[in-house]
Design a protein around this ligand. Structure first.
Ligand SMILES: Nc1ncnc2c1ncn2[C@@H]1O[C@H](COP(=O)(O)OP(=O)(O)OP(=O)(O)O)[C@@H](O)[C@H]1O
Length: 654
């Protein structure tokens, strides 16, 4: 097996997990070389082979109450895969079956090097050079953008995947994949979501598979591709997978409750229990094999279902568990001694000995072979455009993004009316400014909570597929929300400022609107930070709401003068954008504001500047500092978001 190296180093923009990819597992007895070799698809030789030799995978799991885990470090090791051996060759469709929790998904994760960081892998995952690195992995859930059509979904993915390729080539590839997956009739139909119906569940699965086929992988791994589909659609999908395999690909899928006819569609079947293989071999030999062991398949029973049940551990009672445990041990022991399994072990050894790459790590060059800077900016542009198109198609969300703040503003205007210049109007002004500090970040949070989680989950999948890197994703979200933030802030400010009658000076108005924008935008990014830490949007929104409410209470000084607050709270207020925004609003509005005294000339504030002197001393001199601080907060929040996503990593999605 020879191949031509094309690029000798991986890209610095490559996500860290990409750099770790290699044909050899950490526990491998073969030596792992530090150098990378890169291949173009043309270098990937046929036939392709995937071998697993003695693969065991375990994770550290928390045990007992959290405080014990945290303080005493009590963790137990959980074995997920035990001594798994298998071989799959191009042209074969292999199905991995097993009851829930038997380790099917973990097996695919291990093959594709997508295990979590708390896992320990032993044994060897070996593939023809470039095979594993270029593999397509179809996860259980369809993470797609609801409002894009099938063709648009594939076109955007192709653009992200093949930066620098001509649009004619991309179009051809997209059309080819659409035809391959039988999506022609729905190519211009929207994907659809919970509210607006689009293509069917089976078609969504096909789109998810089509995405992986864009790069024409030689190996396709699918985690339960038929889950949630009716039996006809599931059958049709598995037939498609068999056709894909016939095009010289390795297709390996885990599957739940397949129809009995599918039994003949699979070339190989693996049945797992407790992380061990109970059967691995040709599908057609499965029934005779189990029959020889004394477990014939009853007439009219689905052999796949029957033998999965047979190899499952029944935990309903201690007796049943013991009995099923003994049966599974018996089946496992027999598999290890069976002639077809022993001959497969020989094939594994033979396939790996034919490898002349000596354990070097490989990468596939076409994923990252274009100029990195160019790739970064092109992916940024595509991501922004894709998000905008997706949002624009959802008219209600699109208009809400622009006008929600204006509705708030309208309510405030209705409530306050035109502000007077009497003594009571001081209170009215402070009330208006308090709302102006509180509303923008809150309304930004509402939109981000609605839109960001699905984009984030898409990022988790697409970055694992090597489409783009974290900075491109986060910056694309910042750029995508920027025009909405600007527009809705201008609308909000214009309404409240001119209808309520704040100081009629265009320069002061511009400063007021800019401050509203800074607050709105910082609310967006603060929510992104929380959504990077927490998967559950409800928890994230509660925490953001709490932070915003507390900040609104203590930082701008509208409810209680800052100087009269306990010192610790005064210090805390420095960490909130509200403090700086509050000062700008007050300085803007109260400076040289003429106020009438009415009937009581003694208890009277004739000039707003006095209000500033009393309650916001120095606010007029701090204007530049305050604007710089607001800009700094936005920059800081973006940096924190990057760090948070780095720390919390790319979630494993199934
Ligand atoms: N990172 C992890 N930490 C702790 N336990 C894990 C981890 N990954 C997998 N497991 C456990 O390993 C076992 C096998 O999980 P896996 O998802 O591979 O099963 P499965 O056969 O795909 O199940 P299903 O058919 O329900 O999806 C389960 O008990 C699961 O809880």
């Amino acid at each position: 097996m020879t191949s031509t190296p094309v690029v000798s180093e991986t890209s610095p923009l490559l996500p860290s997990h990409e750099n770790k990819r290699g044909s050899y597992s950490p526990g491998s007895s073969r030596q792992i070389s530090n150098s990378y070799r890169c291949y173009t698809p043309a270098d990937l030789q046929t036939p392709f082979t995937l071998c697993l030799e003695g693969v065991s995978y375990s994770v550290k799991e928390d045990r007992g109450p959290w405080w014990k885990n945290t303080l005493l470090g009590v963790r137990r090791t959980k074995e997920i895969l035990k001594d798994v051996r298998l071989i799959a060759r191009s042209g074969q469709l292999t199905a991995i079956l097993g009851n829930s929790g038997s380790g099917k998904t973990s097996l695919l994760d291990v093959i594709c090097n997508r295990m979590g960081s708390n896992g320990k892998l032993q044994g060897l995952v070996w593939g023809t050079p470039g095979l594993i690195e270029s593999a397509g992995y179809v996860i259980q859930a369809d993470r797609l953008m609801d409002n894009l059509t099938v063709k648009e979904t594939l076109t955007y993915t192709a653009k992200l995947k093949f930066v620098g390729k001509s649009s004619k080539n991309l179009k051809e590839r997209v059309e080819a994949v659409i035809s391959e997956m039988g999506l022609r009739p729905v190519r211009n139909t929207r994907i659809g979501g919970m509210v607006e119906r689009g293509i069917s569940g089976g078609e969504k699965r096909r789109v998810t598979i089509a995405i992986q086929l864009l790069q024409n992988p030689q190996m396709l791994l699918l985690d339960e591709p038929t889950t949630g589909l009716d039996s006809f659609t599931a059958h049709y999908l598995v037939q498609t997978l068999a056709e894909l395999a016939q095009r010289n690909k390795i297709v390996l899928c885990t599957i739940h409750q397949p129809r009995s006819e599918l039994y003949k569609t699979f070339d190989q079947v693996g049945i797992m229990s407790r992380g061990e293989m109970i059967y691995f071999g040709k599908a057609t030999e499965m029934v005779p094999y189990f029959s020889r062991l004394g477990y014939p398949c009853p007439t009219f029973a689905n052999p796949l279902d029957h033998y999965v049940d047979l190899s499952s551990i029944d935990t309903r009672s201690a007796d049943k568990e013991k009995e099923s445990d003994e049966r599974v041990n018996y089946l496992r022991a027999n598999l290890l001694q069976s002639p077809h399994y022993i001959s497969m072990l020989g094939e594994i050894t033979e396939a790996m000995e034919a490898d002349d790459h000596g354990g070097e790590r490989v990468c596939v060059s076409w994923m990252w072979n274009s100029n990195n800077m160019l790739r970064f900016f092109v992916s940024l542009f595509i991501l922004v455009r894709r998000s905008l198109v997706n949002l624009y198609r959802n008219r209600s969300a699109f208009f809400l993004r622009i006008f929600t703040q204006s509705v708030f503003a309208g309510m405030i205007c209705l409530f306050l009316g035109k502000l007077q210049h009497n003594q009571q109007s001081i209170q009215d002004r402070i009330g208006l400014l308090y709302q102006t500090v509180a509303v923008p970040p809150f309304s930004a949070m509402l939109h981000t909570i609605e839109e960001f989680p699905s984009l984030r989950d898409l990022y988790y999948r697409e970055s694992r597929d090597g489409l783009y890197v974290l900075p491109a994703f986060l910056l694309s979200f910042c750029l995508y929300t920027l025009p909405f933030s600007i527009l809705s802030s201008i609308l909000y400010s214009t309404l409240t400022y001119w209808v309520c009658g704040l100081q009629p000076d265009p320069k002061l108005y511009a400063m007021h609107a800019a401050t509203v924008f800074f607050l709105h935008y910082s609310g967006e990014i603060m929510t992104v930070i929380l959504l990077g830490m927490m998967q559950n949007p409800r928890v994230a929104s509660s925490i953001v709401a709490l932070i915003l409410t507390i900040s609104g209470l203590i930082a701008p000084g509208f409810l209680r003068t800052v100087s009269s607050m306990p010192e610790i709270i005064q210090w805390l207020s420095w960490a909130s954008p509200y403090k700086y925004a509050g000062e700008i609003f007050v300085a803007n509005e109260f400076n040289n504001l003429t106020l009438h005294c009415g009937s009581d000339p003694v208890l009277c504030l004739r000039n707003g500047s006095l209000y500033i002197t009393l309650f916001y001393p120095g606010a007029l001199d701090h204007m530049t500092r305050n604007f710089a601080a607001l800009g700094g907060f936005i920059f800081g929040f973006i940096v924190i978001a990057m760090v948070i996503f780095k720390i919390f990593g790319i979630k494993q999605l199934h």
